[in-house]
Ligand binder design. Structure first.
Ligand SMILES: N[C@@H](CCC(=O)N[C@@H](CS)C(=O)NCC(=O)O)C(=O)O
Length: 309
């Protein structure tokens, strides 16, 4: 059985649904969405790699006071993402939603797709502005410029084309690659997805070794690095076992493991990582893949805690 039958091709391939809400916050507000302090609210799961990147970008730009956040329970049942008090998650103080589906149906009563995090909500117009993590990160960078309290150049203009191609490659082969392997329902599709994933990881390992720079594009971490981070930080704990991406672990890659530690030890980043939510979400929510819902005790991730010199 497929995890998400509506997103499964006949030959067993997971084909991710398109994001439904793509409105835009601009500095001049001509779109009807100006960047105002505390007007917008982010609904996330700390388990989700896509939502994770919005939290990281919010932190890197110092938007914590501007955009508030509610964290969902990492374990979903058939009703989808839910908000209530628990370890590292809470009730929804903004709208009192019990389920994230209420935000989707308030925005579009006919919405029939899969309810996903992250969601950027407009308190004033009482609707979802955008549910694409890529768009949300870009809006944090460009739409909220007047609200930034930290400086961070996530899209440096000098190598924009190269970065765009690199991010597209990472998305296709790594971020979504692990899902293609994990959600495959045929041996051939799984095998191909895992092969492409590890070819990509090997390539990125070589890139770091050959360029001898701390990050993919040079001396500073940019959007492509944080895109990598959100998959790498989950890799050994969930993608290696649960999604069967088990040719190698990240800790076996000298460059990638060091690179991951370097990103993890940047100020404020480890605080965005909740391994308990990550493990419980994957192992307890995808029932078709892990019917017993048993969450493995390992692996030992203490190597991550060692700062890079
Ligand atoms: N297209 C979304 C992807 C978000 C997504 O797939 N989120 C997953 C969690 S990792 C989700 O909410 N899944 C809901 C479900 O599995 O029903 C984005 O780019 O923001």
């Amino acid at each position: 059985m497929a995890q998400f039958p509506n997103e499964q091709s006949n030959d067993g391939e997971f084909t991710r649904q398109e994001d439904a809400f793509r409105q835009w916050i601009t500095p001049d507000g001509v779109t009807g969405f100006p960047p105002e302090k505390r007007r917008y609210h982010l609904y996330v799961s700390l388990a989700c790699p896509w939502a994770h990147r919005t939290l990281i970008v919010r932190h890197l730009l110092g938007l914590e006071e501007t955009v508030s956040v509610t964290v969902a329970d990492p374990v979903r049942d058939e009703r989808g993402w839910a908000f209530h008090e628990g370890d590292g998650h809470s009730r929804d103080e903004v709208n009192g939603f019990e389920f994230l589906s209420e935000a989707y149906h308030a925005t579009d009563p006919q919405f029939k797709g899969r309810i996903t995090v992250p969601v950027l909500w407009d308190r004033e117009r009482k609707l979802i502005v955008n549910n694409s993590e890529d768009d949300i990160c870009r809006m944090f960078v460009h739409g909220f410029e007047t609200c930034h309290t930290r400086r961070c150049n996530l899209f440096p203009t000098e190598h924009a084309e190269e970065q765009k191609a690199l991010s597209a490659f990472i998305y296709e082969k790594v971020n979504n690659g692990v899902y293609k392997a994990g959600f495959a329902t045929s041996q051939a599709v799984y095998k191909q997805a895992v092969r492409e994933l590890f070819i990509a990881l090997d390539e990125l390992e070589s890139r770091l070794a050959n360029r001898n720079e701390p990050y993919l594009m040079g001396k500073e971490a940019v959007e492509s690095d944080w895109r990598m981070f959100c998959t790498l930080i989950r890799f050994d704990a969930v993608y290696h076992g649960h999604f069967k991406c088990n040719i190698r672990q990240i800790k076996d890659y000298p460059q990638l493991s060091r690179y991951l530690r370097r990103l993890y030890h940047q100020p404020g980043i480890s605080e965005t990582v909740n391994m308990d939510h990550i493990k419980r979400h994957y192992y307890m929510t995808h029932e078709d893949i892990n019917p017993s819902k048993i969450v493995p005790s390992g692996p030992d991730l203490s190597w991550l805690e060692v700062p890079v010199e």
